[in-house]
Design a protein around this ligand. Structure first.
Ligand code: MN
Ligand code: MN
Length: 321
């Protein structure tokens, strides 16, 4: 038995074995813990925080579950992946790393948020494209805060609006973060895609309409198709995209805290993300609310989440020839 060949950083240069083992990284990518050395175009960072959830916690385990599920799509070499349905190679030659996790400590909201903002700011200073893997959806606020001084629009994929101003004294839960984000001076607007369900309070909806939030409901996407449903939506310029996995039909993605009847298929969400990438200049994105305790033994929600990260990155970064 020969010892595996190792590269300069001690990583095996032979392809990863087909049996999952060891410490998972996102897509089996190299782990980068010394950020001073980070020169990759894309940095995937876990945010294992779910202190923003009122009911049904568990999203703090999302980054770990998505890392493990992502090993189904291992980055074997610099060639990227061949998408047989699109008939093209994606992410060839695009440098990507697993940047680890934000140092989340228990239940301290303000300090955890500060650490999230600081970490994302550091990645932006290194000119890395940040991909944040939650965690509950409240993390989007401290992430968007890190883009201060860089005007951008927000595009949110979600069954819910997350636009409550205050409820039972809470202003920083995963039901408030889009309201908080749109208050930031560098945020130019918000589009919400996939909204559905029954509202027990109208104030958030009315406030969103007053703020000029554009809403594309789930049913519009399902009936018209993603491209036509997004046709009238302003998507030009720098955009930060936030994906709450509950935008998907809970029949295909049950592993989330607030499953909502209805929802998008995998293809509809993928095509909508590709349409956003085609029309806007995406400057970063997050994927939140994958909650492994509700995912069941198949862990299929984590796997769909991993696949969507690659699909979206593949639409944002063209393969190099
Ligand atoms: Mn939601
Ligand atoms: Mn949400």
């Amino acid at each position: 038995m020969n010892a595996p060949k190792r590269g300069a950083r001690g990583r095996e240069t032979e392809p990863r074995a087909p049996v999952r083992s060891g410490s998972p990284t996102f897509f089996g990518l190299p782990a980068c813990s010394e950020w001073e050395d980070l020169s990759a175009q894309v940095a995937i960072l876990g945010v294992p925080y779910d202190g923003g959830i009122n009911d049904r916690p568990g999203a703090r385990f999302g980054p770990l579950a998505i890392r493990e599920a992502s090993l189904r799509f291992p980055a074997l070499d610099k060639e990227g992946w061949y998408d047989v349905e699109a008939g093209r190679q994606i992410l060839r030659g695009v440098g990507m790393v697993d940047a680890g996790d934000v140092d989340i400590r228990s239940v301290e909201t303000a300090q955890n948020f500060a650490r999230i903002t600081q970490a994302v700011g550091q990645l932006l200073a290194l000119s890395a494209f940040p991909v944040l893997v939650g965690g509950d959806h409240s993390i989007t606020y401290p992430v968007v805060l890190a883009f201060a001084g860089r005007p951008l629009r927000l595009v949110q994929f979600d069954a819910h609006m997350d636009f409550t101003d205050e409820w039972h004294g809470q202003r920083y839960s995963h039901d408030n973060q889009m309201r908080r984000a749109i208050e930031l001076p560098h945020v130019d607007g918000l589009t919400q895609i996939g909204v559905r369900g029954l509202f027990e309070r109208l104030e958030p909806y009315q406030a969103a309409q007053r703020s000029g939030v554009a809403i594309v409901t789930s049913q519009e996407v399902v009936e018209k198709g993603p491209k036509e449903a997004l046709a009238g939506i302003a998507l030009e310029g720098p955009c930060y995209v936030t994906i709450d996995i509950d935008v998907l039909d809970p029949g295909i993605a049950p592993g989330t805290g607030f499953p909502e009847p209805g929802g998008l298929s995998y293809y509809q969400l993928r095509d909508a993300l590709q349409e956003v990438a085609r029309r806007a200049q995406v400057v970063g994105f997050d994927l939140t609310e994958v909650s492994p305790p509700y995912d069941g033994p198949s862990q299929v929600t984590a796997r769909i989440a991993a696949r969507l990260i690659l699909d979206f990155l593949g639409a944002i970064f063209p393969s190099r020839e």
